[in-house]
Design a protein around this ligand. Structure first.
Ligand code: IPM
Ligand code: MG
Length: 353
């Protein structure tokens, strides 16, 4: 297994270090894992003049999977757009054709009180957001800020082809077949033609999955339903921008965005695995970050790219055990539990494994 490791910026470095310790456990048991580190994001801009330098491209393309921490930070906020850390992230997603972004929002029973929602609303929550990742307004052309009749005009283009919609739709239906067999497709078809096509294509492919029930929801209603009654959802499938927003919202149902892993897959299950959260510059370098989202991203890597359900299940179980034993990083801490640092959380997961 060749894994390209991209710690990135901010807390990315600390959390990836803990995730690698988890991989080391499997290595010590004989699993054949090769890792190669490379630069992505702000650190790559500083060291190589590009947020996704050629050296990183070569390593990432040759790998079976990519493990990513996070990118971004205030020191690069005023950079010209091509030299922003986020460009590196969007660049690698597009370059590796990672069109399917799986963002599970699972509430661990021990964390029911960490959510800002009432425990009864979120207890037992287990939803999977399937976000299209290489299209939509994120990549649509034309784009930019121009001057027209002496006034500045900003422009982005929301665009989807039917093929792009079909392939992400199929990922969602297949995911639902392994879960509770419900897909809710989220669009804004009452206003946006692009998403009218989205809905039409979802309806067209649904008969290929007769065991899965398809429903549709407008994105504003979906945002509301996610906090009103999130347990009504199984798999939600949506475009890039709506998925960006809804997945952040869903993450907080689980108590902390620090708990959510993600997988971004191409057609052959090559994948990039990263926590849903960002680089948290405010706590970077202080050994305070929650490494669990990154550790759970390793579990997703073993499950989706390396088809090792047993190893993935062991990581999931280890995380559950550590939470049940009362260990908490600051983001999920509540009185009566044991507050630990990022590396101590890593110690506990390694010990539980
Ligand atoms: C995410 C992030 C990225 C996105 C940013 C950092 C470009 O918010 O992965 O959700 O918008 O996709
Ligand atoms: Mg986001």
């Amino acid at each position: 297994m060749k894994i390209c490791v991209l710690p990135g910026d901010g807390i990315g470095v600390e959390i990836v270090a803990q995730a690698l310790r988890v991989l080391d456990v499997f290595k010590s048991e004989g699993m054949k894992i090769e890792t190669e580190h490379a630069l992505l994001g702000g650190c790559a801009v500083d060291a190589a003049g590009s947020p996704y330098p050629e050296a990183t491209q070569n390593i990432a393309r040759a790998a079976d999977a990519v493990l990513l921490g996070a990118v971004g930070g205030p020191q690069w906020d005023n950079n010209p757009r091509p030299l922003r850390p986020e460009r590196g992230l969007l660049g690698i997603r597009k370059d590796l054709n990672l069109f399917a972004n799986l963002r599970p929002a699972v509430l661990y029973p021990e964390l029911a009180n960490a959510s800002t929602l009432k425990p009864e609303v979120v207890s037992g929550l287990d939803i999977m957001i399937v976000r299209e990742l290489t299209g939509d307004i994120y990549f649509g052309e034309p784009r930019g800020i121009t001057v027209e009749n002496g006034k500045r005009v900003g422009r982005n283009t929301m665009i989807y082809s039917e093929d792009e919609i079909r392939r992400i739709g199929r990922v969602a239906f297949k995911a639902a077949q392994k879960r509770n067999k419900k897909v809710c497709s989220v669009d804004k078809m009452n206003v946006l033609e692009t998403t009218q096509l989205w809905r039409d294509v979802m309806i067209e492919i649904a008969p290929e999955y007769p065991d899965v029930e398809l429903s549709h929801m407008l994105v504003d209603n979906a945002a509301m339903q996610l906090v009103r009654n999130p347990k009504q959802f199984d798999v939600m499938v949506t475009g890039n921008i709506f998925g960006d927003i809804l997945s952040d919202e869903a993450s907080m149902l689980t108590g902390s965005i620090g708990m959510l892993p993600s997988a971004s897959l191409d057609e052959n299950n090559k994948g990039m695995y990263e926590p849903c959260h960002g680089s948290a510059p405010d706590i970077a370098g202080k050994n305070l970050a929650n490494p669990l989202a990154t550790i759970l991203s390793v579990s997703m890597m073993l499950r989706y790219t390396f088809n090792d359900e047993v190893a993935a299940g062991r990581i999931d179980a280890a995380v559950k055990k550590v939470l049940a034993a009362g260990y908490r990083t600051g983001d999920i801490y509540e009185p009566g539990t044991k507050k630990v640092s990022c590396s101590e959380m890593g110690d506990q997961v390694v010990a539980a494994l």
